[in-house]
Structures are given as C-alpha cells and as structure tokens.
Design a protein around this ligand. Structure first.
Ligand code: ADP
Ligand code: ZN
Length: 651
C-alpha cells in the first residue's frame, strides 16, 4: 500500500467512520491525490462525494467544489462540519459579513473544503481571492451541467475551462451521474480536460427493486403501494404536470399520507420550505415534477414512484437512483399505461425544436417504452442501456424476475386493431383515438359510434375475445413497437410503414400479457422464481431488523430526531439509518465498541457517543441476548446475578 493510499484510508476511517472504499473510489482518490485529473461517472448514490472530499483532506490546501446546488450548500457544509471537517461556502444567499468570514478562513488556510456557485467563479474578484490562497483540488460536481443538450445546462459552467489554464498544477475532478457517452465526451472537451483519466463505475444499484405496473387508477394504486409497503417511509412521487402534482399531494394528505408538493410554479420560498422539510423530517413524501431532486443526498429515501412515464431512460434512472443511497432495500415503482404513450408522442410532435431534436426525443421515448414493455429483467435492460453487461440469469429483484410475464401471440389482435384503423382512414378518411377504436372492436353502440355510423363497419364487434383493458394493452404495445403511431393534438391513431407487414401477415406480433396479480416487494418470498432479496416488512422501521430490535431502533431514531431539531440539521446529518440499525444490532457496551460501527467517525463519537450509550442503557439488556452463564432458556429470574460472589471451587 502506498503512503497516499494509507493516508486516504486513515481519513476515511477517522472522519467518516467507514472501513473500506467502494468500487472505483479507491482508484479515483489515488489518482487525484497524486495530482491527476479525473472524469468520474458514478450512479446517484454511488459515493461521488468522497472522491473529492478525501483528496481535499489529504492534499495540502483547500478543496474548491463547484456546484450548481446553491440551496443545498448550507446542508452539505453542515453535514461536513458535523464530521469535524472544516468546510465553508460562498454563494448569493450570504450577506457581506458572512462572506468575509469565509474568505478570511480560506486565506488563513483554515478550510478543508470550500463550496462555490459556478457564477461566482466567473467573477474576477473570486478568481483573485482563490489565487491568494492554496488550493488542493478543484471538484466540478454535476459536471453534466456543462452540456448544452441536457436539461440541466448552466451557461456559467462553460467558463470552468479556464481553471486548468490558471491553475495548471491543481488537479481537477469532474463528476456526474449522467452516463451517456455523448455527455461524457462533452464534459471532457468543454472543461478542457484532455489528459484526464476516465473512471466509469458500475451503474447497478442492487438494493433498488424496479417495478412497472399497468396503470388503472394511478392515485389509488399509489396509495395501496404506499400503505402496503412503505407506510411511514420517506419517498418521492414524480408527476409530469404541476396540476397532477398538486392533486396527488392533496389526495395523499386526505388519505393519511403526509405529502408536500414541489414544482416550478410554486414560489421560491415555498419550494425551499418543502425541500427543507423533506430533508429534515422522517417519513415525508414529496410529490414533484422533475424540478425536484438534483443533489438531494438524503440517504434514506425508501421509494421513488412515477405516476407518469419519464421522457428518457437517463431521466428515469437518475430519478429512481435517488432511492436507497444508504444501500438498504428500496423500491422504484411506476404506473404506466396507454395514455402515457399517446401523451408523450403528442408532446414530441407538437413541441418546439427542429426535426433533429424531435428525432432525438423520439429515440429517447422508444428506449423508455422498450423498458416498460420488456419481458426480460428490467435491471438487465437498464444496465445494457448504459453499456454494461447484465447477469444473463436475471437480477432476482425486479418485477419481471420475481414474476416473469407471459407472452402471447398477438398477431390476430394486432391485425384487428390495424384493420379498424385502416377502415376508418382509407374508407372514410377519418382518424380516431384509442377509445373509439376499442369501442368499435367491442361492438359498443356509444353515442359517438352511432353518430359516425361506426356500427356499420365490417370490423364492428369483432373483438369480444378481449376485455377493454386488454385491448388498450394491445394498442399500447403496438405504439411502443412502432406498429402504430399517434398524430395531432387529439392523439388519433394512424398506421406506420411497419403496420403493413402485420396486415400482410409477414410477421408475428408477440405481446406481453397484462399481469393479473401485481408483484409486491414480498412476492420474492412466496414465488419460486425470485431470490427474495427484496423481502422486507411493510413498516417504517428498517427492513430485515429482527422484531425484538425494533424498539431500540425506534428509540434511537427518536433520540436522533431530537438532536436534529435542536441543531436545525437533517436527521441523517447526525447518523444514517444504516448506522442506527447497526447500533441496535450490535448493542455496543462502550464508546470504543461504538467507534467500530460503520458511519461513526472520531467527531461523531465524541459528540454523540455518550448519548447513544444512554439510549441503549435506558432500554435495559439487549433483547434476545444470552447473558454469559445462562445456556438454557430460563427466565431472567433464574439467571445468576452478574455481581454475585464466585462459587468457591471446593464445592
Ligand atoms: P453520490 O454523490 O454519488 O450520489 P454520495 O457521495 O452522496 O453519492 O454517497 C452515497 C451514500 O453512500 C452516502 O450516504 C455516503 O455516506 C455513503 N458512502 C459513500 N462511500 C462509502 C463507503 N466507502 N463506505 C460506506 N458508505 C459510503
Ligand atoms: Zn431482474
């Protein structure tokens, strides 16, 4: 082991209380500590922060972190200070005096880490300040913000290319969770880092269970998902529109699930307040548009739910990745249906942008649809999308692995749908949406069917072998497979070039059967196909913690909530759930034993050690533990007194 490696490991243990690096962290840190530039791609929750925090601690000088997440800087700095790291930030939320203090600390060499908003760095007086101090490393967080194609583009990021010219001897590390090759390339070019080493971590998040269910009554489906599997848990629900965000949040509150809305239509104060509540309170649900989430590093988000189809697999993976950063079991759940496909296709057609833009959006949507309709492992499909090799045997922790969907030969059903569209289009020059097509197939004499004489069509009533929901499923899958298309603002259905091959019987159309019984996170334990890895209790408490230890875990959580309130910081800044679970499990009897637990570094041990031990002591003995000298299952009254005189050895 090199000197830098052992220094890095020592800092990891002393400051963060962690025993070992994860995945690529070690290689990245060694490279940066030695002065090299790095471009790091890691999934959300993969552990990017340590990749620049450890070099900042190990190398002489201050680590300067450029981050667009102004609203979160205070929390990030608070979390670091709670670990005993000397951290500060400079952004527009500060007044002159606060900034002066931070500047002075930086110049005096009293900061390990300094967080900066990118717009600050452009200013000559900021650059001047930086050149008067000593910098250990530049970290460019959320580096995909440099990409003009992404929806997170920040023009100020473009000026970051000057860092390399001005400070040629200071290593730079750019980090992102956005995985596409194009973005990767753009980061390297625009930040002017031609000699940087590239680190691409595995994008797998094995503790997240992926599930996509057919959409029927999405709000109700969401509610039963929450009640059955995530009562009392913190989570994020994503919706496409502000209106559905508001309605869903209201609905949840009415039904006893505490939820707050978050979207760009709310004023900045309300947004900040809701975000802060989400970070600080245990078990709050945020219902949000995609405006919410970047940089939210709350580790105990137990579920991410989508009520509408995301626009791309990248977006979906970033959003779902916000679940389970602490490594504990979590769920990514989505309800998806025919209307999603129609709506998204319509949006693309009527949206702004040129032909090239539309084609790109279409390609993104197609990949997303392929994920929704796959009959194979969802995780496998996701990993393959990001260029990684999935396990051919499946992951055992997604809905298609836990309960493999059946397929059926949908060729004839597809022909019936397409013939109906042909009849309307070719014979009558009419175009209709999915509702009318299904009504015709089922032979329903609705007002609209009679008005247009559609009961006179030869296809009227030829589809009574399937129920309405099944026909909608057929249409949805035809759209997803490009065998049918959507047109105009009313979402009418029209043929595509590929439709002809089905009508001419040149190809078969395998379709996915709509599952009757939904998979739940508990399906794994009863089903024969799953490994049961996703098994957990439908309770707020930590999964897989033995029943008898739950009171201790809850007592520790209550103690933590009180500490967090007193200090005005999020609960996870005190300790993560994972750490509290380990404390409840190991039941440390001394400060030294407590210090051995993952997530308990030097500073936290000094600050909270006694408090934690008091909580445990107030609960009595560890439940289920066998005190020494009591090999049988007798009750406490039969146990020998611990401080009793030892028996004389001549008896
Ligand atoms: P990212 O920024 O990549 O989304 P974070 O840096 O926030 O991820 O890390 C995710 C979580 O994993 C955090 O809660 C962090 O404390 C934890 N973590 C990171 N590295 C390690 C490690 N080596 N050992 C244990 N926990 C870690
Ligand atoms: Zn799987």
């Amino acid at each position: 082991m090199s000197v830098t490696q052992s220094e890095a490991l020592a800092a990891l243990d002393r400051v963060f209380g962690y025993e070992a690096f994860r995945g690529e962290q070690e290689a990245v840190i060694e490279h940066v500590v030695a002065g090299g530039d790095a471009v790091v791609l890691m999934p959300t929750g993969g552990g990017k922060s340590l990749c620049y925090q450890i070099p900042s601690l190990v190398r002489p000088g201050t680590g300067v972190v450029v981050s667009p997440l102004i609203a979160l800087m205070q929390d990030q700095v608070d979390a670091l200070r709670a670990l005993g790291v000397r951290a500060g930030f400079m952004n527009s939320t500060q007044d002159f005096d606060e900034r002066r203090v931070v500047e002075a600390e930086f110049l005096a060499g009293e900061l390990d880490l300094l967080y900066l908003a990118p717009e600050r760095l452009r200013l000559e007086n900021t650059l001047d300040l930086l050149s008067r101090g000593k910098i250990s490393v530049f970290a460019i967080d959320e580096a995909h913000c440099v990409s003009q194609w992404g929806h997170d583009f920040r023009p100020d990021y473009l000026s970051l290319s000057l860092l390399g010219e001005r400070w040629p001897d200071v290593p730079r590390i750019a980090l992102t969770a956005t995985a596409t090759r194009a973005t990767h390339q753009e980061i390297t070019e625009r930040l002017n880092m031609p000699t940087a080493r590239h680190f691409v971590a595995s994008f797998d998040r094995p503790n997240i269970q992926y599930r996509i269910v057919p959409k029927a009554d999405p709000k109700k489906q969401l509610l039963s998902f929450l009640r059955e599997e995530h009562a009392g848990d913190a989570g994020i629900v994503y919706c496409l529109s502000r209106n559905s965000v508001e309605k869903t949040a209201e609905f949840l509150n009415r039904n006893g699930v505490e939820a707050v809305p978050y979207h760009a239509g709310l004023d900045a104060g309300t947004r900040a307040a809701h975000q802060s509540r989400f970070l600080r309170e245990d078990g709050l649900v945020v219902v949000a548009t995609i405006a919410f989430g970047m940089g939210i590093d709350k580790p105990d988000v137990r579920f991410v739910a989508h009520l509408d189809l995301p626009k791309s697999v990248e977006g979906y993976y970033q959003e779902t990745g916000r679940a389970g950063r602490d490594g504990l079991p979590s769920t990514a759940w989505m309800a998806y249906g025919l209307n999603d496909v129609i709506q998204q296709r319509k949006l693309i057609q009527s949206g702004e942008g040129d032909e090239a833009f539309r084609r790109r959006a279409q390609a993104h949507l197609d990949s997303m649809l392929a994920l929704c309709e796959t009959v194979r492992c969802r995780r496998g499909q996701l990993l393959a999308y990001f260029g990684q090799d999935p396990d051919p045997a499946g992951c055992g922790n997604c809905d298609t692995c836990l309960s493999p969907p059946e397929t059926w030969d949908g060729t004839i059903a597809a022909q019936k749908v397409l013939s109906t569209v042909v009849r309307l289009q070719r014979e009558r020059g009419q175009k209709f949406g999915a509702v009318q097509i299904v009504d015709i197939l089922l032979g329903k004499r609705t007002g609209k069917v009679i008005q247009f004489d559609h009961d006179q069509l030869s296809v009227f009533g030829i589809g009574d072998e399937l129920a309405e929901a099944e026909w909608r499923g057929v249409i949805r899958q035809l759209l997803a497979q490009g065998l049918l298309a959507v047109e105009g603002e009313y979402g009418t259905l029209v043929l595509t070039e590929a439709s002809g091959t089905v009508l001419r019987r040149e190809r078969e159309v395998p379709l996915r059967k709509e599952p009757k019984k939904p998979v739940t996170s508990r399906s794994g334990s009863s089903g024969s196909s799953g490994s049961g890895r996703g098994e957990r209790k439908g309770k707020a408490a930590a999964p897989e913690l033995p029943e008898e230890l739950l009171p201790a875990f809850e007592a520790l959580r209550a103690w933590r909530a009180e500490q967090a309130r007193e200090q005005g910081v999020p609960a996870y800044v005190i300790f993560h759930d994972a750490t509290l679970r380990e404390i409840a499990t190991l039941w440390p009897a001394s400060v030294a034993e407590l210090g051995g637990i993952s997530g308990v570094g030097e500073k936290k041990l000094a600050t909270y050690g006694e408090g934690v031990l008091e909580v445990l002591a107030s609960l009595g003995d560890r439940p289920g533990a066998q005190p020494a000298g009591a090999p049988d299952a007798s009750g406490p009254d039969d146990w020998p007194e611990m401080d009793a005189e030892p028996e004389p050895d001549w008896i």
